[in-house]
Design a protein around this ligand. Structure first.
Ligand code: HGA
Length: 609
């Protein structure tokens, strides 16, 4: 999603801004821009459609410089992808960037037009620039104007701006979209993600909901939502931008697929002892709260939702804890029943997913007893707003299509099953078995990566297809869903997933030789049922690609290609079977020549609803 970088310094900040934007590229965007001011007190603005490199090229062709500047990568929500709609937006002396959506932009636009303001874009954001200009006329300072301006907004914003007539000051406001201030020596910064500022500082202040800030070279003043001056804690970040380099890999996605054995080791590290998960792994005193939990409500979107679906099978079957799962964008807009002693569990790679964050806030309001987030980004909004957090430790994930974030979410959720189950149905022996299965996982994941060459060959048969069907049963059904999502995301092939038992209730009508059917078939209690479903497909001329346990006794023939996956304890099988499906999508996309790391229309961290 959109990214923001801002700087106020003695030196020319243009390269700091451009480097910051490059570090935010992984989030996905469609256009980019910068606005700067220097002693001439005139806003210099450059915007370009496409990659940050297009903006860099434009600046090389006609250089701009300034000691104060703001920059933005846009992922359009209102108004098409054009240079005129790219941020920063201007209103005479004001330049402004914005992440989020202003819901009352239409009436504000009408009101501002009546006052004589002329609009040059179709964005919701431009109303903020003009409104800011309007309020500036009657305010003693820029920050006062911003405080008056945000009171008139409905919707979500992380916004940063400057006034060419007050050139050493940036002001910013946060409501529903994250912002972090980076502290330097006689220079200060602001960004929507700390990764953007790691080359210039490690000292950060995270703005809280409703905060308004004024940032100069030597000072930071923050006001809360009621306008009171507040101190926010300064944090020394230990985040590393290890993902800056693709190494030997052609794409970040492939690198991240191959990193999974290490990522999973990191997720497990220091959290298992004496045959179970250590009590404080979920936070100090987590066990005191967890022992009374009778119901878990999982909230997530996209890939994280699929991780949550697997967790529902585990929690009910192993821990004996009732579990519901719902997509965040649905949960947040309906009245739901709050069960007794219920905990809300949110899952998000970025910790900034707008719908998930809104769902968490709603859950707290309507009476959930406690909250836990499973998240990959320390210090993110979900982490800060939840009672407990469990970091997945996948490392920065740059590929837009999630891979290692998903498998580490699954590992984290299985550890949650241990943490809750030890107070419920899970015997010491079962806990030990799960721990042993988890510990065996990194090596098994390494073995499964050896399938890459076979899968590359198999992918050739997919590349000219327009549709595909993924089948699984039990806790492999969500893995089939995740496999279908991956294929859609990066190869643009229409892919659907079905619980295999549902085939005869409709989708069998679709089967023909042009519709590859992908089946995940571990050797479990449901194997015989799954084999019957496979036969139903074969009887109708379908071509099958089966990822099967080597003891499951599937044999390749004219209508069925079988790839054997190492045998693994059933409880962690969903994690293992994810890998071949990721590899399949990757290789199909490669053959199709799509943009694997930044698929069209998609963004990494979905900070708008
Ligand atoms: N609504 C603004 C900003 C969009 C955004 O934050 N995307 O992540 C626009 O459409 O320009």
């Amino acid at each position: 999603m959109c990214g923001i970088v801002g700087a106020v310094a003695e030196r020319n900040v243009v390269n700091i801004l451009l480097e910051g934007l490059k570090r935010l590229e992984y989030r996905g965007y469609d256009s980019a821009g910068v606005a700067l001011v220097d002693n001439s007190q005139h806003i210099q603005r450059v915007r370009a459609v496409g990659k940050v490199q297009e903006l860099v090229n434009a600046i090389e062709a006609s250089p701009v410089a300034g000691t104060t500047g703001i920059a933005h990568t846009r992922w359009a929500t209102h108004g098409s992808v054009t240079e005129a709609n790219a941020h920063p937006h201007k209103s005479t002396n004001i330049a402004l960037v914005h992440n989020g959506i202003i819901e009352n932009h239409a009436p504000l636009r009408d009101m501002l037009k009546e006052k004589g303001y002329q609009f040059t874009s179709d964005t919701d954001t431009e109303v903020m620039a003009h409104l800011m200009h309007h309020e500036r006329q009657s305010s003693g300072s820029l920050v006062e104007a911003l405080q008056k301006m945000v009171k008139q907004l409905d919707g979500a914003y992380g916004t940063v701006m400057f006034d060419q007539n007050d050139k050493d000051t940036m002001v910013a406001a946060r409501s529903g979209s994250p912002l972090v201030i980076g502290l330097g020596f006689e220079e200060n910064f602001i960004a929507s993600d700390q990764l953007a500022l790691l080359p210039v500082t490690r000292r950060f202040i995270f703005l809280e909901e409703g905060d308004v800030a004024e940032v100069t070279k030597t000072s930071v003043r923050i006001f809360d939502k009621d306008g009171n001056p507040v101190e926010r804690e300064e944090i020394e970040s230990d985040v590393t931008h290890d993902a800056g380099d693709k190494g030997v890999y052609r794409h970040y996605m492939l690198k991240e697929i191959f990193e999974q054995p290490i990522s999973v080791r990191n997720t497990l590290e220091g959290r298992l002892a004496n045959g179970t998960v250590i009590d404080d792994a979920f936070g100090h005193n987590a066990a005191d709260v967890f022992k009374d939990i009778e119901h878990v409500q999982i909230i997530a979107c996209g890939t994280s939702y699929h991780a949550g679906m697997v967790a529902r099978y585990w929690l009910e079957e192993l821990a004996g804890v009732a579990c519901n799962i719902e997509i965040a964008s649905e949960f947040r807009y309906r009245k739901s029943f709050v069960p007794k002693n219920a905990m809300i569990v949110t899952i998000s790679q970025s910790g900034e997913t707008a719908d998930t964050l809104a769902a968490l806030r709603l859950a707290k309001e309507i009476g959930y007893k406690s909250s836990l987030t499973i998240c990959n980004v320390p210090g993110s909004s979900l982490v800060r707003e939840s009672d407990f957090n469990f970091m997945t430790r996948a490392g920065a994930e740059i590929g837009v299509a999630s891979t290692k974030a998903f498998t580490t979410q699954l590992v984290s959720l299985l550890m949650l099953v241990l943490a809750l189950g030890k107070h419920k149905n899970l015997s010491a022996e079962q806990q030990q078995n799960i721990v042993a299965a988890l510990q065996s996982l990194p090596n098994k994941l390494e073995e499964s990566l050896d399938l890459a060459n076979d899968i590359e060959k198999l992918a050739e048969e997919f590349a000219d297809k327009n549709h595909s069907l993924f089948l699984g049963r039990g806790n492999q059904y969500p893995i089939a869903m995740e496999g279908a999502l991956k294929l859609k995301e990066i190869s643009y092939i229409h892919a659907e997933a079905y619980a295999a038992g549902e085939l005869k209730h409709g989708p069998l009508a679709l089967i023909d030789a042009e519709m590859p059917i992908i089946v995940v078939a571990p050797n479990n209690d449901l194997l015989e049922k799954l084999k019957s479903n496979v036969e139903e497909v074969r009887a109708r001329g379908g071509i099958l690609y089966v990822f099967a346990d080597k003891d499951a006794q599937f044999a390749s023939d004219d209508t069925m290609r079988v790839l054997n996956v190492s045998h693994i304890d059933e409880v962690v099988a969903p994690i293992l079977y994810t890998i071949p499906l990721q590899l399949l999508s990757y290789h199909v996309a490669l053959i199709k020549g799509t943009d694997v790391d930044q698929p069209r229309n998609l963004a990494k961290s979905v900070t708008v609803e």
